[in-house]
Design a binder for this molecule. Structure first.
Ligand code: NAP
Ligand code: ZN
Length: 352
């Protein structure tokens, strides 16, 4: 497909603006998708603005994609025209390394192909373009089945925010009665609250924003604690089995490590562009762990989507048209979104 509509950043300092891209013709194993909805992840902002370094321009972000299949290659068996499908953060991996063989494509030893900003061996473009576009062509193995039971706009954020929080909750075996802290009530944070509470955990929302207390409770948090109060932080020492940390900016990890029980684990999900120091004693004195986690593999993403369909879990979304994307970035940066912006891709059709 040539000359399809998209939105791109041309440099780190410019707003996103209309841009035309080409997509490859579907090969034998490919699925072509018309994109209906695309969520706006904070990673889109970090990348568009080159905050992590290494952004290739033009940059078309977007990795929370839901759409309808428009064409399939002749070897495709799982999908047909008209199916509702999703695409998350990865569109390819080597398939043969020890991580790929264990369904951990996100940790592919040869480097997975990210949905945007990755070198693309298959596309005609030099690097991959993401979901702020009318169509995408993806290998069948990296396409997810989406149930029609749930509102599709609110399903889109599950493809990144959902799986990124589901995966560590499963990996660290969250169960009924576990005390789980979630730091930062944004896109990832609100999914962590919903998912952890659906698994029976007693969830505490740890936030800087007092205005979010009622929302946190409605999302399923049993408690809400302001992290700006020293006294609160002191009273919570040693309370949690697991902390899911979604903060996108540089901050002090030690004050949260201090909230873990003996053998407690803090999982870093947020990727602040600047590093922070960790005090060894915070880990050593109570045998605590500080770990990280990157989205989830395709098999686990499908498991999460099926789990959410079964339990009626979706994201809380604010719908926008594509021409509101720059304003949405600013509002995300000031933590003023309840709790994920999702672009209605119909709005891209009017573009010249
Ligand atoms: P988001 O919607 O902007 O939410 C981030 C939240 O962090 C904010 O709502 C705010 O919550 C809190 N926060 C922001 N700045 C802070 C600061 N200076 N100090 C303390 N708290 C602060 O972002 P998101 O889309 O959820 O993404 C969060 C991070 O995860 C980003 O860095 C993103 O790149 C990363 N990410 C990682 C993965 C992965 O695989 N590991 C996947 C997706 C995204 P309060 O107002 O409640 O304090
Ligand atoms: Zn994301």
């Amino acid at each position: 497909m040539k000359n399809i509509n998209a939105y791109a950043a041309q440099t780190a300092n410019e707003d996103l603006a209309p841009f035309k891209i080409d997509r490859r013709e579907p090969g034998p194993g490919d699925v072509e998708i018309e994109i209906l909805f695309c969520g706006v992840c904070h990673s889109d902002i970090h990348t568009a603005r080159n905050e992590w370094g290494g952004t290739k321009y033009p940059c078309v972000p977007g990795h929370e994609i839901v759409g309808k299949v428009t064409r399939v290659g002749k070897e495709v068996t799982k999908y047909q025209e008209g199916d509702t499908v999703g695409v998350g953060c990865f569109v390819d991996s080597c398939g043969h390394c020890e991580n790929c063989e264990e369904d951990l494509e996100q940790y592919c030893l040869k480097g997975p192909t990210a949905t945007y900003n990755s070198p693309s061996p298959l596309d005609r473009e030099v690097h991959t373009y993401g979901g702020y576009s009318s169509h995408i062509v993806v290998k069948e193995e990296f396409v997810l089945k989406i149930s029609d039971k749930l509102p599709l706009n609110a399903v889109a954020p599950l493809l990144c925010a959902g799986i990124t929080t589901y995966s560590p909750l499963r990996r660290w075996n969250v169960k009924k009665g576990d005390k789980v802290g979630v730091v930062g009530l944004g896109g990832l944070g609100h999914m962590a609250v919903k998912l952890a509470s659906s698994m029976g955990a007693e969830v505490t929302m740890l936030s800087r924003s007092p205005r979010k207390e009622q929302d946190a409770n409605e999302l399923g948090a049993a408690h809400f604690q302001l992290t700006t109060s020293e006294e609160n932080m002191k009273n919570m020492a040693g309370r949690f089995n697991l902390i899911i940390n979604t903060v996108s900016a540089q901050h002090d990890y030690n004050q949260y490590l201090n909230l873990l029980k003996t053998d407690g684990v803090m999982v870093l999900l947020g990727i602040p562009p600047k590093p922070s120091e960790v005090q060894a004693a915070q880990l050593i004195m109570k045998r605590r762990s500080l770990v990280g986690s990157l989205v989830g593999g395709i098999k686990e993403t499908q498991e999460m989507l099926d789990y959410c369909a079964e339990h009626g879990i979706v994201s809380e979304v604010e719908m926008i048209n594509i021409d509101q994307i720059n304003e949405a970035y600013e509002r995300t940066l000031s933590a003023d979104v309840r709790y994920r912006f999702v672009i209605d891709m119909k709005s891209l059709k009017n573009q010249n």
